[in-house]
Design a binder for this molecule. Structure first.
Ligand code: ATR
Length: 271
């Protein structure tokens, strides 16, 4: 029988996950179907249970349900615990495992695809919302020299920093505190680019050879344009999208798909 998976969210119509997972399945000869589920706010648990009762084997979870998914899971991976959020659910006879592949996907894109090693580098993470929570642990696992978390609302940066109190090379601050400092890797995890905005950043932010990474994909954000104009290498979040999907696929199927052909497919299909 064909195993069934889906991505659940609100909105969900424009998700690229079905296309990505279908490509992985073809490539690895896995017999699966992968669909989208639009879920009303407040109906998450019931919608998931209905999908599971109908034979569903696992779910990807996207906005705004990643915290509901965390609460629903009966077991959590380390990365899910670190993020406080779940983007992958795995159903088994004895419960529901919650995992979070966002951070692993980002780091795989940065290290494997973009060939940037964060070890001993000065890393700046912009934003302290949900997208940032998932990536601090995996970033620190790469042993950067320092990790600075900057956010418009400084208290949220401090809160995220406090979750990693055991690390003495992490700081939380506002954007004004970045004046006069340079970084080797700058990751934009704010949602500012979606509305054509960007955080207020100083001109000399990028060290020589810096990589500027925006988690947004499908458009050139003001942050990407800003970074490019100041000589940084610029990457969008399409690689992270495909890599986090590959991590989920691996968790469900035990097979690691190749991501490069799927990234090429998505880039060629882009408007
Ligand atoms: P999510 O949890 O889904 O990521 P969020 O909690 O609203 O969403 O976080 C969005 C992030 O983008 C936050 O870091 C937010 O900054 P604030 O915490 O100060 O709100 C940031 N962000 C959104 N629009 C921004 C803008 N125009 N300039 C700077 N930061 C912005």
């Amino acid at each position: 029988m064909t195993d069934s998976y889906a991505v659940i969210g609100n909105p969900i119509a424009h998700s690229k996950s079905p296309q990505i997972q279908a490509a992985f399945a073809r490539q690895t000869s896995q017999d699966i179907v992968y669909t989208t589920i639009f879920c009303e706010i407040g109906a998450f648990v019931q919608t998931v249970q209905t999908f599971r009762a109908s034979g569903g084997r696992g779910l990807n979870v996207t906005l705004p349900f990643k915290h509901d998914a965390f609460d629903l899971a009966t077991r959590h991976s380390d990365s899910a615990r670190q993020a406080g959020a779940v983007n992958t659910l795995i159903f088994s006879a004895d419960g529901i495992t919650g995992d979070n592949t966002d951070g692993a996907g980002l780091m795989r894109d940065i290290t494997e695809n973009l060939h940037f090693d964060p070890r001993d580098k000065r890393v700046l993470l912009l934003g302290a919302g949900g997208a940032s929570f998932g990536v601090v642990g995996p970033l620190l696992a790469c042993a950067p020299r320092s990790l600075t978390i900057a956010n418009r609302t400084v208290s949220k940066a401090a809160e995220l920093r406090a979750r990693f109190a055991a690390h003495d090379n992490v700081e939380g601050c506002g954007y004004a505190a970045l004046n006069g400092r340079a970084f080797d890797l700058v990751i934009n995890a704010t949602s500012a680019g979606l509305s054509g905005a960007m955080p207020a950043l100083p001109d000399a932010l990028f060290a020589r050879g810096a990589l500027a990474y925006d988690m947004v994909y499908g458009k050139t954000t003001p942050f990407m344009a800003f970074a490019q104009a100041r000589g940084a290498t610029v990457a969008d979040g399409l690689g992270m999208l495909v890599e986090q999907a590959a991590e989920s696929f691996y968790l469900w199927r035990g097979v690691r798909p190749q991501t490069a052909p799927v990234m090429a497919l998505l880039r060629s299909a882009a408007p």
